[in-house]
Design a protein around this ligand. Structure first.
Ligand SMILES: [Zn+2]
Length: 179
């Protein structure tokens, strides 16, 4: 659920969130659907690598200081992205998805792959059991150390494996990434 690492910097977030024409950006919850802004080829390639279909996965940008933002800060501490069932919530500063060329950056790819692995974990788990495990681990590790949970270590390792894969090398080639 929680992507618990610190960002290397507070990078820019999707511009649609802060555009002035949105009087109340993100509606009541404070989230904007940015699924179309995430490189679909990256999502598909990660899906092939994990043996999963992520076409129904949605990505949301969490609006700073919105209701959802405050909940996630309360329950997930310093997380930069949080996955809940099939939805990935990107916290402010979490991922810059403004350009598909971001697919070339390890930070971006790691985060997307890590969170998509959590979507796969949710598919395998029973929801009630998942919540009970999360509560148990919250007591054990503490809110800001949830990245030490076994499910987090597994997701981290899966993302690293993807980044070392020929599938990712092919995608980098397609995107014209530099070595
Ligand atoms: Zn995680």
């Amino acid at each position: 659920m929680v992507h618990g690492r610190q960002a290397p910097s507070e990078g820019p977030v999707g511009t649609s969130v802060t555009s002035p024409e949105h009087r109340r950006p993100g509606g009541l919850l404070g989230r904007v659907n940015v699924t179309a802004d995430i490189d679909p080829c990256l999502v598909e390639t990660i899906g092939c690598f994990f043996g999963e279909d992520f076409r129904d996965t949605r990505f949301f940008q969490v609006v700073p200081e919105g209701l959802l933002y405050r909940w996630l800060r309360l329950f997930c501490g310093n997380a930069l992205a949080v996955t809940w069932v099939r939805d990935v919530y990107i916290m402010p500063g979490g991922v810059d998805y403004s350009d598909y060329a971001e697919t070339c950056t390890p930070w971006h790819t790691d985060t997307i792959a890590h969170e998509l692995y959590h979507v796969a974990q949710f598919r395998r788990a029973r929801l009630v059991q998942w919540v009970l495990d999360w509560l148990r681990d919250l007591r054990k590790y503490g809110r800001d150390h949830m990245y030490e949970r076994p499910v987090e270590v597994e997701a981290e390792s899966a993302a690293a494996n993807f980044r070392a894969s020929p599938e990712y090398a092919w995608l980098r080639c397609e995107r014209g990434c530099e070595e």
